[in-house]
Design a protein around this ligand. Sequence first.
Ligand code: NAD
Ligand code: UDP
Length: 321
Amino acid sequence: MAQPNGDHNAAAKPPPTPSPLRFSKFFQSNMRILVTGGAGFIGSHLVDKLMENEKNVIVADNYFTGSKDNLKKWIGHPRFELIRHDVTEPLLVEVDQIYHLACPASPIFYKYNPVKTIKTNVIGTLNMLGLAKRVGARILLTSTSEVYGDPLIHPQEESYWGNVNPIGVRSCYDEGKRVAETLMFDYHRQHGIEIRIARIFNTYGPRMNIDDGRVVSNFIAQALRVDGLMKLMNGENTGPINIGNPGEFTMIELAENVKELINPKVEIKMVENTPDDPRQRKPNITKARELLKWEPKIKLKDGLPLMEEDFRLRLGVPRNN
Ligand code: NAD
Ligand code: UDP
């Protein structure tokens, strides 16, 4: 059963006065947008879109899992600025919107230094909210389906509070994002900050990758999620809103599909799962469909060949190998 969501907007104050630039003619075509974690996969695709839409874009990234390479086509562009910055430290910039993505998303990376992951989620989000408060900017957080933990309802709708282990090896990420969401709503209620929360689902599930467990999902993100994030940021709904693909399949089905595509002779090997890995997940995207007019477009059978091509390119393996 989904829990009641409560009226989390009840006591919200009016938003702080934004910078006078927001209302100037100049601003209309030159909105200044901060993307934290903009050198990562989703972030860099988002930056591409924002730059193509004539925005002034500032990226703040510490390059823990991202890379300047992802942004190389914009370096030197007069509307683009790249700052090496860790969001656990305060940041003083003047912007109108903040897409707050900074956080390692792959289990391999977020478990590498769990304390740092928590700091990034909690102190990082606090700092970006402090910044949003000072400059009157709207802020969007990329939260995650992991806030539902190992869900006891299926599919998951936004009103579900989740089933999360608070002391497990994934908690630094799951609970970190949950606190980040809490901070977002507290700044909204207490200071009137304009907030947006997207809960992104790992479209193709965990651990089906070359190295980092997320190549596929990120690859698909390029085509899909960025649009959803921009619609959420520029629309009227606070969220949280699930952004993901409700197409469901088991990991075996996925493995069989990949095998068929790559090499029908390969053997599928069963290994032990990592702790606290959610057993089944599927987003209810009614809210995204109705409020954002957004839904995913790429089906597994179309997405996998794209992924294959991407992997071959990265690994330097020709097709008829
Ligand atoms: P990513 O690891 O490619 O990108 C994260 C970026 O944040 C990287 O560039 C990294 O260097 C940067 N970063 C990490 N810690 C930082 C810090 N302390 N200060 C500054 N920068 C820092 O991951 P992604 O897949 O692009 O994910 C982006 C966001 O979307 C994350 O917030 C993630 O939690 C969320 N998300 C992603 C998925 C997915 O399927 N990829 C699913 C759910 C949520
Ligand atoms: N902060 C920031 N940039 C700003 C304004 C604030 O990084 O432009 C940080 C600030 O250093 C603090 C956090 O955001 O650690 C929260 O700021 P807020 O003003 O909300 O709280 P306070 O500083 O009063 O605790």
